[in-house]
Design a protein around this ligand. Structure first.
Ligand code: PDD
Length: 279
């Protein structure tokens, strides 16, 4: 792997940022996670567009032109010498004496590129996951990919401690998304997923999956569903950059299709089509 600390490329263990970086003290920054398959970025432009949107939403000026950022990203990928990898890019509002108003400091862009271990995600994609529903206690600007992930981290751990693989957020009785994924259900060959509004992150994977679904003749309805509808779905799955499309076998105490993810025909078809996008 390799890191970029805002000035130079160096081994990840050696990379440091100042104590008073605002990402550190306020979570004042944004990020993206981008998958590299066989040495090639997947949907790099979509991720960078979202980074720009997140930056704009929090009034953060990126420290370089996008063309320069793209060059740095390409340099990082090459220097990492990784084939199956993930690039993590973060932009913080810079370092300054701790004080709430925006500092008079340049934003700091940092990156890591490190290998992804595909064994675990491959197994999950085959076996499916068990999820626990939990109240969506996050703020109301979830479309911003902000560094403030405390609710996500807390609920993920709560789910793990309770013997589940992940938590699914529920706001006002409606399912929003997972702690680091979007979620969809299938019912009578129709796919339902929360609309891309302020309540969810507008996932790049979600966008790809919706396109693939339409291509194979699945109707797509961007409408939120209830926990009951999730539990009674024909099929359900989460979508994200690292885990990709992961079937949901169980929601709280309820099994979907008796827990037989092997019978999730449309989910499997989408998984196949998705794999074909990057191979
Ligand atoms: N998570 N929703 C949330 C809350 C997320 O954190 C993510 C991604 C997604 C899926 O977005 P995409 O398909 O663009 O990866 C949805 C990243 C991978 C993370 O925090 O590690």
């Amino acid at each position: 792997g390799i890191a970029f600390d805002g000035e130079r490329f160096l081994p990840i263990e050696k990379a440091m940022v100042p104590l008073e970086d605002r990402a550190h003290q306020f979570g004042d920054g944004i990020y993206e996670v981008i998958r590299i398959y066989q040495g090639t970025f997947f949907k790099l432009e979509e991720h960078m567009k979202r980074l720009e949107r997140s930056a704009q939403a929090v009034a953060l000026t990126l420290p370089y032109e996008m063309s320069k950022i793209m060059e740095l990203i390409e340099k990082a990928r090459l220097a990492s010498e990784c084939k199956e990898a993930a690039l993590y890019i973060q932009v913080s509002r810079g370092a300054a004496r701790r004080d709430h108003p925006f500092p008079d400091a340049p934003a700091r862009l940092t990156m890591t590129v490190r290998p992804v271990f595909t064994e675990k995600t491959t197994a999950l994609r085959r076996l499916g996951q068990r999820v626990m529903t939990t109240e969506d206690i996050r703020w109301s600007w979830c479309y911003i990919k902000s560094l403030n992930l405390l609710p996500n981290v807390l609920m993920k751990q709560r789910a793990l401690d309770a013997g589940f693989n992940d938590a699914i957020f529920v706001r006002d009785g409606l399912v929003t998304e997972g702690t680091s994924s979007n979620i969809a259900i299938l019912r009578d060959r129709t796919l339902y997923t929360h609309p891309a509004n302020q309540a969810i992150l507008h996932g790049v994977t979600r966008h790809v999956v919706l396109e693939l679904a339409r291509e194979i003749g699945i109707s797509v309805v961007e409408k939120a569903f209830t926990v009951k509808e999730l539990k009674e779905a024909d099929e359900a799955f989460t979508m994200s950059t690292i885990a990709e499309i992961v079937p949901i076998r169980q929601v709280d105490e309820a099994l979907i299709k008796n827990g037989n993810v092997d019978e999730f025909e449309l989910t499997h078809l989408l998984q196949e089509r998705f794999a074909a996008q990057h191979s």
